[in-house]
Design a binder for this molecule. Structure first.
Ligand code: MG
Length: 394
């Protein structure tokens, strides 16, 4: 294992955040406040948002970034007219690309959702930026390519995803040859105790009602279908260079143990904590150091049970598809991801039922001619083609 991911701490702390008004973005800014209260000197250089300019305005007033990028051009104009001070407002795909290549920052926190985060991540790596990655779809569609670029540019990429942060923490001080298995924990989402029959007519509101984590819509639906865990298996494969046959998924409804690593001597390490994303975000920004915080602490006196269940693959059809897709490899994960993003969006718009999501993904995969060698252009084309084909049938 020679991945540069585990080499050294971030030295400089000039930070750019993509997706600053989402759940991870807002938590990242709270973490930055905590770090600055504890002797760090973190500067927020830029923020990006799609269209939530009310939240963005508060962030700008507090952190005074040099730039804000707003994807929605109308909202960008509106924001320009209300914002004073030195912050420059930009919009448009070329400006986003220019922003991540900006010379005067060190760490890119990618808290974007979905495939949209791929190009900015690649551009940031090529520009020598450290990456704190919450956007798992980047590794799902382009893990091999991203790893090659990280090695080539000697760049460190640290996961923000709680499970992957847990694994990274379990691996500190260990030798890679000693790892025998990674066990990813999953909450099981809002439908863990429901039957397939009860879920099939589930409403958007029911699917968005996650028992433990407070997250954005896309990832919350991915948690309800358990596709999120499928994406995380692929993410783990590329982050830790682990064969997918050595990655297991177990449901742990309390979300206290964030994942396990089993070693060759049968010893197992786990990382625990309350389900609060500020903890893995801060670790990603201070790795391998730990910095004081007043984030909620686990109280064992209040803990009743830590339980585990095997996921039901007939009920969680998306997780079953994900396992098949991961094993088939090649370009299949690109198709699975694109189909999932479109299908989740259709479900959120009440255009399909809950199992319509897995139906759409399966149909897209069945049509696809798999390739084992592929470039960034291929990835962009396959993603686009998959989306277009699905949308054309609606
Ligand atoms: Mg996760």
């Amino acid at each position: 294992m020679t991945r540069s991911i585990f080499k050294c701490a971030f030295v400089n702390k000039r930070i750019g955040i993509l997706g600053s008004t989402g759940s991870i973005g807002c938590n990242t800014l709270e973490v930055i406040t905590n770090l600055n209260n504890n002797g760090y000197n973190c500067e927020v250089v830029f923020l990006s948002a799609n269209n939530r300019i009310e939240i963005l305005r508060k962030q700008v007033d507090k952190f005074h970034p040099a730039f804000v990028y707003i994807r929605n051009k109308k909202k960008a104009q509106e924001f320009k007219s209300i914002i004073g001070g030195k912050t420059k407002v930009i919009s448009g795909e070329e400006d986003l690309s220019g922003l991540v290549k900006f010379e005067h920052y060190d760490v890119l926190v990618n808290a974007l959702v979905g495939f949209a985060g791929l190009k900015p991540t690649i551009e940031a790596i090529k520009s020598g930026k450290y990456i704190a990655l919450a956007n798992k779809e980047v590794l799902v569609v382009a893990g091999a390519l991203v790893n090659k670029l990280l090695d080539h540019h000697n760049i460190q990429l640290i996961p923000i995803d709680s499970e992957h942060s847990a694994i990274l923490q379990c691996l500190l001080g260990e030798q890679y040859k000693s790892i025998s298995k990674i066990i990813l924990t999953a909450s099981g989402g809002p439908f863990r105790t429901k039957t397939r029959d009860q879920i099939k007519d589930a409403t958007v509101v029911e699917a968005l009602n996650h028992p433990n984590w407070n997250m954005g819509d896309k990832i919350t639906i991915d948690s309800a279908t358990m596709m999120n865990k499928g994406l995380e298996v692929i993410e783990a494969k590329w982050l830790f260079n682990i064969d997918v046959n050595n990655i297991e998924v177990i449901i742990h409804p309390q979300s206290i143990i964030h994942s396990f690593v089993e070693f060759s001597d049968s010893s197992i390490k786990a990382q625990l904590g309350v389900p609060d994303m500020k903890i893995p975000i801060q670790f990603a920004l201070t790795y391998p150091e730990r910095v004081q915080s007043d984030f909620p602490k686990l109280n064992f006196n209040e803990l009743k049970d830590l339980t585990f269940e095997k996921p039901d693959l007939d009920k969680f059809e998306c997780l079953k598809i994900a396992f098949e897709t991961i094993k088939a490899g090649g370009t299949y994960p690109i198709v699975m991801n694109a189909a999932n993003e479109v299908a989740v969006d259709l479900f959120l718009k009440n255009k399909i039922g809950f199992y319509g999501i897995s139906d759409i993904i399966r149909k897209s995969l069945e049509k696809h001619n798999n390739k084992n060698d592929f470039s960034l252009e291929d990835i962009l084309e396959i993603d686009n083609q998959t989306r277009t084909e699905i949308l054309n049938s609606f």
